[in-house]
Design a protein around this ligand. Structure first.
Ligand SMILES: [Zn+2]
Length: 138
């Protein structure tokens, strides 16, 4: 797999209640549970995702601040290949079953957020065309 372009979803586990300063958004409290973060990488998903998984880096995106916490772990990565950015379309679909963290990752679009807390991970199956990005973990 090399240089696939499109959108991706990070399935994130927050293991303990945490409060983090998320860049310009200020302090946000996260209760334990499963969160979904949607983004797109038109220069290559694999490269972007490995950046997300690296702990040591300069913080640039809101998600960098969250993933920096030791009680936060990416447990799965899904992606959808596309020529155009589809992150907001996917975000809207997640909003049907997830609770958005307002403003998180959505400074450049009209979505309420690109990070959602979800109760039922099985709902992800309603979003068509997602594949697992397995080789990140192997
Ligand atoms: Zn959006």
């Amino acid at each position: 797999m090399s240089n696939i372009k499109g959108s991706y979803i990070l399935v994130i586990s927050v293991k303990k209640p945490i409060e983090k300063k998320i860049g310009s958004l200020g302090f946000i409290s996260f209760s334990p549970g499963i969160y979904l973060y949607v983004g797109s990488a038109m220069n290559g998903i694999e490269q972007r995702v490995s950046r997300h998984l690296r702990k040591k880096k300069k913080k640039f995106w809101h998600i960098d601040y969250l993933l920096d916490d030791r009680n936060v772990e990416v447990i799965e990565v899904l992606y959808k290949e596309s020529k155009k950015k589809e992150e907001c379309i996917i975000s809207r679909k997640i909003s049907e079953f997830g609770i958005p963290i307002n403003g998180f990752g959505s400074s450049d679009c009209k979505c309420k957020g690109h990070l959602y807390r979800i109760k039922n991970i099985k709902k992800l199956k309603d979003i068509k065309g997602l594949q697992k990005l397995r080789d990140v973990f192997t």
